[in-house]
Design a binder for this molecule. Structure first.
Ligand SMILES: *Cc1c(COP(=O)(O)O)cnc(C)c1O
Length: 422
């Protein structure tokens, strides 16, 4: 089967991302290192742009999937908008060259200072998730003498059939406002100062492999938009969120074109702009985590490949039991394959990156953990006082150090050793 990363290939037994040898890259930058393909990102974004050509539309990259400034820069240069969930992400977007007028701000717990920051910057829209947030944004905008554009993120109560931790459109979870309350909230928003009712949003979950629930959600949302219009509340955009899944192992997600087709069909005659907030489908299969085998440990029941990356670098296996393909960077002749769990050095049994993989490897070999471009680095931590990995962006033959490896000293820079006087 082909690699899930479209710009990854094996040439003469050696893995290459675009035109860059991963062995050379490991020599230059060390391990563990996240490596991203600019071309894979541009192609993934291009699939959305192409499918939406001629449709008044906007693609807002979900920053939380991968918020490295260089990655944001790739999308900013393509004219993408951005979906943010914090003031910190807004600062990143601006530092990377993104434009505030193309930013939508999602999230259930926006702080007052973050709301003020976003209003001052002139973001495109707040996706409001509660009645209390509506009042708060109205108050802050009025105080600042500004008008905040707002949308409600509605919860269409459809089952996205994905992992429970990443399904967000069910009644029982914390996201969005109840569908049945939305009408009253829109009426209320019309009467409050400092607001301009601008749109509606929904996002039902992540790693969606079946487009049907999104279409069902879209139909519910369109019904609500029409009821609003009948009351004279006209919206300028409809945001159908992110969530399109990717192949990690043997999943067969719909293509971007197939996923969007039924949604675009419903927008043929509509006046509102059609917006999306994809994260994973733009960057997930543009990235890998490059790691080195520290040692092989052959046990009675199991074999372990202990590598220099760990759950602090890539949390998804520990968190969701997620699968990442694990591929030797250099093919090895004359070494028998064995079944390994690939584990990190962290003091937790949950510290695994892959389980039960047939691999012909030896101490010191390089491995690539594929499909790690989304929710990899952004979910990393410094657990066990492990400096976070470096990040490198590859474009054709060129490499760019997008983030230097952390130093241990930097990890306790904000800490204070007890002085004798305390
Ligand atoms: C996480 C998130 C996204 C992106 O989801 P993906 O599954 O990565 O496409 C989009 N919108 C909102 C509101 C989110 O929370």
């Amino acid at each position: 089967m082909s690699f899930p990363i479209p710009t990854l290939s094996r040439i003469g037994g050696e893995l290459q991302l675009e035109s860059v040898s991963l062995t050379e890259l490991a020599h230059q930058y060390g391990t563990p290192t996240y490596v991203y393909s600019a071309r894979a990102m541009r192609d993934a974004y291009g699939a959305y742009a192409e499918a939406l050509a001629g449709v008044p539309s906007q693609v807002c990259y979900a920053v939380k999937a991968n918020s490295n400034l260089a990655v944001l820069g790739v999308f900013a240069r393509l004219g993408a908008g951005f979906d943010i969930v914090s003031g910190g992400e807004l600062s990143r977007v601006l530092a990377a060259g993104g434009r505030a007028e193309k930013v939508v701000f999602s999230g259930v717990g926006k702080r007052g200072d973050e709301i003020a920051q976003a209003i001052e910057c002139g973001i495109q829209c707040f996706n409001i998730e509660s009645a209390a947030e509506l009042d708060q944004i109205s108050r802050i905008a009025s105080y600042l003498g500004k008008t905040a554009p707002v949308a409600f993120r509605v919860n269409p109560a459809v089952d996205p059939k994905t992992h429970p931790y990443i399904s967000t459109g069910l009644r029982s979870n914390k996201f969005g406002v109840d569908f049945d309350e939305a009408l009253a909230l829109y009426r209320r928003a019309q009467t409050l100062p400092g607001l301009r009712v601008s749109g509606i949003a929904c996002h039902i979950g992540s790693q969606l492999l079946d487009p049907a629930p999104v279409v069902e959600a879209a139909d519910k949302v369109l019904g609500l938009v029409d009821r609003l219009a009948a009351e004279g509340i006209l919206l300028d955009h409809i945001d159908l969120g992110g969530g399109l899944g990717i192949r990690y192992q043997d999943e067969a997600p719909p293509s971007v074109a197939d996923y969007l087709a039924p949604l675009i069909a419903r927008f043929g005659q509509r006046r509102e702009k059609l917006c999306f907030e994809p994260g994973r489908s733009l960057v997930g299969n543009a990235g890998l985590l490059l790691t080195r085998v520290e040692l092989l440990k052959h046990g009675v029941e199991k074999n372990f490949a202990v590598v220099d990356a760990a759950m602090n670098d890539l949390a998804r296996p520990a968190l969701y039991d997620a699968y990442h393909a694990s591929v030797p960077v250099s093919e090895r002749q004359g070494t028998a394959a064995a079944c390994y769990d690939i584990v990190g050095p962290i003091c937790e049994s949950g510290d695994f990156l892959a389980r039960e993989r047939e691999l012909a490897i030896a101490d010191g070999d390089l491995l690539a953990l594929l499909s790690a471009g989304a929710y990899g680095m952004t979910m990393s931590s410094n657990y066990n006082t492990r400096p976070r990995a470096a990040e490198v962006l590859v474009d054709g033959e060129r490499t760019f150090l997008a983030r230097s490896r952390e130093t241990v000293e930097s990890l306790y820079l904000n800490e204070h050793a007890l002085p004798a006087s305390f």
